[in-house]
Design a protein around this ligand. Structure first.
Ligand code: NDP
Ligand code: HSE
Length: 428
C-alpha cells in the first residue's frame, strides 16, 4: 500500500497534537508503516480561528460530508468530543468502509459496543487507545500483553483534572477553584469540567477498562459515582495526619463472577504506589492472578501524550490495512453482567467528626463502634481553637459496607456529634 489518506474531525487540543506529530515526524512514521500518510481534510467549527500549528487553510472544512463521503479518505480520526455528532459521523464512516480512530470516552462508554459491532460488520478497524488515560498504553496492554492473565482488580487514577486539583490542594494548599482554573488553562479539563470533578469522566473510563479486562458489558449506570466537589482542605489535612493521601480513584473488581465498579475519593496509604501519582498524571494499578501487581503510569491528558496514542492507533490501522486484516481485532464483551450486591462489599473507612469537646465524647463514639462490632485502626483528635469543639478522625479496620453505613447513621444521631462525613480507605 503506497498511501493512506486521513480525514480529521476536530482540530482542538488533541487534533493539534496529531497534526503536529504528522508533520514533524512524517518521515519516521512513513518509515514505520512503509506508507505515505496524507492528511486530506480537517473538520472544524470555525475556519477563521487562529491555529497553534501550521496547516494549509484549504484543508479546513466545516462540512463533514467532505470527509465522510470522500472516497479518497481511508481513515477517519474523531477528536471533536461530545456524543451525538461523533456517533452519527463514526457510524457513517464505518458504513462507508472507512477505518476509525477516536479518543472519545464519552462515546465509547455509552455506544462503544454498537459501534464496534458495526466496525466488525464492515471489516473496519475502530481503535480508541487515547480514550482512557491519554498517553498510557493501557487498552492494548489489557487486550494483548495481559491477555493470558485473569485480572481480578484494577484501581485507576484516570482523570488528570481531578488528580491535578487534589495534588495542588494537598501539596501547595491551593484552593479548589484556582486549581481547577489552572487545569482548564493547561488543556486537561473537559469543555464542561463538571464531568471531571463529579467523577463521570473517570466512570466512563472505568466502563471501557472493565469491558476489556473482564469482557463484561458494564454500563455507566452500573458504576457508583462520587466526585471531588465535597472534598475540603480539612479532609486532606486529617487524612495526611493519619498517613493517607486522598485521590479520586476508579475501582473495578471481580470476585466469584460478580463485578463491582465505582469511582470515589479514596484514602490511599502514603506508601501505596498510586499515592505518589501527582498532578495530571494517571496510573492504573492492575492485580492479575498470575502476574501479581503491576502499575501503568504516565501523562493521562494533554496535547502531546494523547496525540501519541492516537497516532499509534493510526500506525496499527495502517499495518492492518497493509495485511488486509482490518476489523479482525475488534474486542467485544462476551460475559453477562452480575453486579456485586452491597452486602458483599467490604472496606476500611475514614470518618471525620466535629464533636462537642466534653467529658465522655470520645468513649461514646468508640463504644458505638465496639457495640456494632467494627474495630478501629487509627484515631486522631485535635481541639478546634477558640471553640468548644474537637475534630476527630478515625480509620476503621475492614468492615461490611452495609454495617458501616448503619453505624455511621447511628453516629450522626449521637448527642455529642455535630458534623460527620466518611470516605473509603484502600488497603496498602
Ligand atoms: P477541543 O474542545 O480542544 O477540540 C474540539 C475540536 O472539535 C475543535 O477543533 C472544534 O472546532 C471541533 N468541533 C467540535 N464540535 C464540532 C462540530 N459540531 N463541528 C465541527 N467541528 C467541531 O477537544 P479536545 O481536543 O480536548 O478533545 C477531543 C477529544 O479527545 C474529546 O473526546 C476528549 O474527551 C478526548 N480527549 C482529550 C484529552 C485532552 O487532554 N484534551 C485527553 C484524552 C481524550 P473549532 O476548533 O473550530 O472550535
Ligand atoms: N478531562 C480528562 C482528564 C481528559 O482530565 O483526565 C483526558 O481524558
Amino acid at each position: 500500500m503506497d498511501k493512506v489518506s486521513i480525514g480529521l474531525l476536530g482540530f482542538g487540543t488533541v487534533g493539534t497534537g496529531v497534526v503536529r506529530l504528522l508533520s514533524k515526524d512524517r518521515e519516521r512514521l512513513e518509515e514505520r508503516t512503509g506508507t505515505k500518510i496524507h492528511l486530506e481534510k480537517v473538520l472544524v467549527r470555525n475556519k477563521n480561528r487562529p491555529r497553534k500549528v501550521l496547516i494549509d487553510n484549504r484543508k479546513l472544512t466545516t462540512d463533514v460530508h467532505e470527509i465522510l463521503e470522500n472516497p479518497n479518505i481511508d481513515i477517519v480520526i474523531e477528536l471533536m468530543g461530545g456524543i451525538e455528532n461523533p456517533y452519527r459521523y463514526i457510524l457513517r464512516a464505518l458504513r462507508n468502509k472507512k477505518n476509525v480512530i477516536t479518543a472519545n470516552k464519552d462515546l465509547m462508554a455509552s455506544c462503544g459496543e454498537e459501534l464496534l459491532i458495526e466496525a466488525r460488520k464492515n471489516h473496519c478497524d475502530l481503535y480508541y487507545e487515547a480514550s482512557v488515560a491519554g498517553g498510557i498504553p493501557i487498552l492494548r496492554s489489557l487486550t494483548d500483553s495481559l491477555a493470558a492473565d485473569r485480572i481480578q482488580k484494577m484501581i485507576g487514577i484516570v482523570n488528570g483534572t481531578t488528580n491535578y486539583i487534589l495534588s495542588k490542594m494537598s501539596h501547595e494548599g491551593l484552593p479548589y477553584n484556582k486549581a481547577l482554573a489552572s487545569a482548564q488553562a493547561l488543556g486537561f479539563a473537559e469543555a464542561d469540567p463538571t464531568s471531571d470533578v463529579e467523577g463521570l469522566d473517570a466512570a466512563r473510563k472505568m466502563v471501557i477498562l472493565s469491558h476489556l479486562a473482564y469482557s463484561i458489558p458494564v454500563r455507566l449506570d452500573d458504576v457508583k459515582i462520587m466526585g471531588i466537589t465535597d472534598i475540603t482542605s480539612e479532609d486532606i489535612f486529617y487524612a495526611q495526619k493519619l498517613g493517607y493521601t486522598i485521590k479520586l480513584v476508579g475501582i473495578a473488581e471481580v470476585s466469584n463472577g460478580d463485578i463491582d465498579v465505582r469511582v470515589e475519593p479514596t484514602l490511599l496509604p502514603d506508601g501505596h504506589p498510586l499515592a505518589s501519582v501527582d498532578n495530571e498524571n494517571n496510573a492504573i494499578y492492575v492485580y492479575g492472578s498470575a502476574l501479581g501487581e503491576t502499575m501503568f503510569y504516565g501523562p493521562g491528558a494533554g496535547e502531546g501524550p494523547t496525540a501519541v496514542s492516537v497516532v499509534s492507533d493510526l500506525i496499527s490501522v495502517i499495518r492492518n490495512m497493509s495485511l488486509g486484516v482490518t476489523g479482525n481485532h475488534i474486542f467485544l464483551p462476551r460475559k453477562e453482567l452480575h453486579p456485586r450486591k452491597d452486602n458483599l462489599v467490604e472496606s476500611r473507612f475514614f470518618v471525620r467528626l466535629h464533636v462537642k469537646d466534653q467529658p465522655g465524647t470520645f468513649s461514646s463514639i468508640t463504644d458505638l463502634f465496639k457495640d456494632q462490632g467494627i474495630s478501629l485502626e487509627r484515631l486522631y483528635q485535635e481541639p478546634v481553637p477558640g471553640k468548644e469543639i474537637a475534630e476527630i478522625a478515625i480509620v476503621t479496620h475492614v468492615a461490611s459496607k452495609v454495617l458501616f453505613e448503619k453505624t455511621f447513621e447511628m453516629l450522626k444521631k449521637l448527642e455529642v456529634v455535630l458534623e460527620a462525613k466518611y470516605l473509603r480507605v484502600e488497603r496498602g
